[in-house]
Design a protein around this ligand. Structure first.
Ligand code: 6R9
Length: 665
């Protein structure tokens, strides 16, 4: 039995919802009368054509009854960028700070008001229009955590272009594949950026990716817009005297950001969008290896991002909110860009790492900016715990009220440290479970309203109806464990996978007709708390980055010496999970340090540094069923060194297991 933590008076005093009963009542109402609930949120926004009563939601979640679809406020017309900027400026927030930007180096910082942000966005939106981008076109973004990244996303939203941000830790191969899949017209990047003392040569990676897109995928990206970033920040390591040696400049394709906005007007009429028009797409890993282009809608996403931010972080006008996520992931999209701006919030945007110049950078920023809501990932919390409490104690963090966690289940030890050490025991912790696909939080605690248990995601957000199913698709009532699914849509759920509606139906709706299947397992305890237990498909979560075993396996088998590979997850004290890889070699090939290094390098280069395997093990064979399916359950035991492997009667050749135990490095 884990201990129950009730919200402290300190939190309740300031919170919108002050009791568990009130939350339950609101949740019930949000399911019974969705229109009443969502029209309360919608009324704050500017609509060219307002949502029509009686037309708030229509959907089909049952593949046996026809095509899957979800529509919210169909027929309404609006523009997300206009609502985030122009509307707030008109409401008197023009001089309010939208972002405090803090660079990798503590000497570099700036700020931007809502009015200034609007001007910058309009200028860049005009520039995009000038280079031929129009409604429905895709723009790939490969950027560091700088204000231009936000400007670029919002400029796309303003003109109805679909942005596709690719995390700037992905390799040129991954970027090329993603740009080609969505047939991007334009790529936006920066010359480079610092992460700690490491220089990221982003433009160079883009040069390679543009070549690969053209030569391998036969897709030509017309233009590449480049922010000149390195020259304006403090160098944190070695830099060549001539920055131009860091990349190739292609006169026909490449454009400097500052040059194309120079003469642009700060007025840019928005493209009025239908509620169901796409807003952006974002690739997420798929269990077959090929990334899935999750597509989000205009009005539903806006409403859901707004509502979750308001209630989950309990944001108030003078608060300073900070989400540490990179904009390359969904958390950065919803909770660095769209949701805070929709709520006219002031945010901190941070370019660097928690460890530079020292291990107290996060805490020093909480102190510097008087942060009230802090949102980060368990992997960061675990990494920071290990440096000891002195780094924390140096800083005054009394302004904090709500602490958020996202990306993976948070282990109780990390939760307790977060709660007592960072939150002085008086903050509420919101453990937010959600996915790229869900658009915003779906399970979470709510500050002031719900009790908390260390490690439990808690309760459904408004409009969300979670269900646990057993293997046969039967609903589990009361306490129990099963597949986490949802039986109805909320406004922020994705609408399709880009250009692949079949795969959307197959991946998310075919296992259990009538339900959206998250791919995660969960249990409900006797108090009704939901605990997410992790992926039940062949997916891995390393430091909060989701990837599929298949995508890593396919990279490993590209090595000519490897004939077959199997990847499993091994628990890791900081990263949560790590990659443990088994490789079968081709005849005559030798398993040695050179092979191990070249395989690790290959995965880093092909996918990204965050996917680098921890262990590569030689395998004379793999444990397979008679039908040829790899028994990953057994490989996971071998990775752990646990001899008790359970039933092996379905194995084609049980002797292979002993061999594998013998070969553990
Ligand atoms: C927002 C985000 C989604 C997967 C998801 C689950 C895991 C995220 C979690 C969590 C337990 C939490 N996950 N938050 N598991 N508790 N609070 O991370 O999106 O990158 O698409 O990953 O991450 O396994 O299915 P995404």
């Amino acid at each position: 039995m884990s201990r129950l933590y009730n919200p402290t008076d300190y939190v309740v005093e300031k919170s919108r919802i002050k009791s568990f009963d009130k939350y339950k009542e609101m949740h019930r109402k949000s399911l019974e009368e969705p229109e009443a609930f969502w029209s309360e949120i919608a009324k704050d926004f500017y609509w060219q054509t307002p949502p029509q009563p009686g037309k708030y939601v229509s959907y089909n979640f049952d593949v046996t009854k026809g095509d899957i679809f979800v529509k919210w406020m169909d027929g309404a017309v609006t523009n997300v960028c206009f609502n985030l900027l122009d509307r707030n400026v008109r409401n008197g927030y023009g001089d309010k700070i939208a972002y405090y930007w803090e660079g990798n180096c503590p000497e570099d910082y700036s700020r931007v008001t809502y009015k200034k942000l609007m001007d910058l966005v309009c200028q860049f939106a005009n520039a995009l229009r000038d280079i031929g981008v129009s409604k429905g076109d895709r723009v790939s973004i490969y950027m560091p955590m700088i204000l231009e990244t936000v400007v670029c996303m919002l400029a796309c939203a303003r003109i109805g272009a679909i942005h596709s941000v690719v995390f700037a830790g992905f390799s040129s191969d991954s970027l090329a594949e993603r740009m080609s899949d969505c047939k991007a017209k334009v790529l936006v990047t920066s010359d480079g950026a610092w992460r700690g003392e490491k220089l990221l040569e982003l433009k160079k990676i883009c040069d390679e990716a543009l070549d690969k897109a053209k030569n391998i995928h036969k897709h030509n990206v017309a233009k590449c817009v480049v922010v000149s970033h390195l020259a304006r920040v403090t160098p944190c390591g070695k830099l060549p005297d001539d920055l131009r040696t860091l990349y190739n400049w292609n006169e026909e394709k490449d454009l400097w950001w500052h040059e194309i906005i120079e003469s642009q007007s700060t007025i840019c009429p928005p493209e009025w969008m239908d509620a169901e028009d796409p807003l952006f797409m974002l690739y997420t890993s798929g269990s077959t290896g090929k990334p899935k282009g999750v597509l989000h809608s205009t009005a539903g996403y806006l409403l859901y991002a707004t509502a979750t931010f308001r209630y989950v972080f309990d944001y108030r006008d003078k608060d300073i909110y900070w989400c540490t996520a990179d904009v390359g992931w969904i958390t950065g999209h919803t909770y660095v860009v769209y949701a805070p701006l929709a709520n006219a919030a002031t945010s901190v945007m941070f370019e660097g790492t928690p460890f530079y110049p020292d291990n107290d950078r996060y805490w020093s920023l909480v102190e510097k900016y008087h942060v009230t809501q802090f949102y980060t990932a368990p992997t960061a919390i675990r990494a920071l715990t290990k440096f000891g409490d002195e780094y924390v104690k140096k800083h005054n963090m009394k302004t904090l009220r709500v602490l958020g966690s996202v990306g993976e289940p948070i282990n109780p030890e990390a939760w307790l440290w977060y709660h007592t050490m960072i939150g002085s025991g008086r903050c509420s912790i919101v453990d937010t479970f959600w996915q790229t696909e869900t658009g915003g939080h779906v399970l979470t605690s709510l500050p002031g309203a719900t009790p908390m248990k260390p490690g439990a995601a808690g309760f459904p957000f408004f409009g969300v109806q979670p269900t646990l199913l057993d293997e046969n698709g039967k609903e589990i009532e009361g306490p129990g464990e099963g597949y986490l699914v949802f039986s109805r849509p909320w406004p922020g759920i994705m609408r399709t996978l880009f250009a692949d509606h079949d795969r959307y139906e197959k991946v998310y709706f075919s296992k259990f007709p009538g339900y959206y299947c998250t791919g995660d397992g969960a249990k409900r305890d006797e108090d009704g708390f939901l605990w997410v237990t992790g992926r039940i498909d062949d997916m891995l979560n390393v430091s909060g980055h989701l990837m599929s075993t298949a995508e890593v396996e396919s990279v490993l088998t590209e090595e000519p010496r490897v004939s077959e590979a199997a990847v499993v997850s091994k628990p890791h004290p900081i990263k949560g999970e790590s990659l443990y890889c088994f490789v079968i070699l081709n005849e005559g090939a030798k398993f040695d340090a050179d092979l191990v290094n070249s395989l690790k390098k290959r995965v880093r280069n092909r996918i990204g540094a965050f996917a680098a395997p921890d262990v590569i093990q030689y395998a004379p064979g793999l444990p397979k069923t008679r039908s040829g399916k790899i028994m990953r359950r057994i490989l996971r035991k071998i990775a752990l060194g646990e001899r008790d492997i359970g039933d092996t009667s379905t194995l084609a050749d049980p002797s292979v297991v002993d061999e594998l135990f013998k070969n553990r490095p």
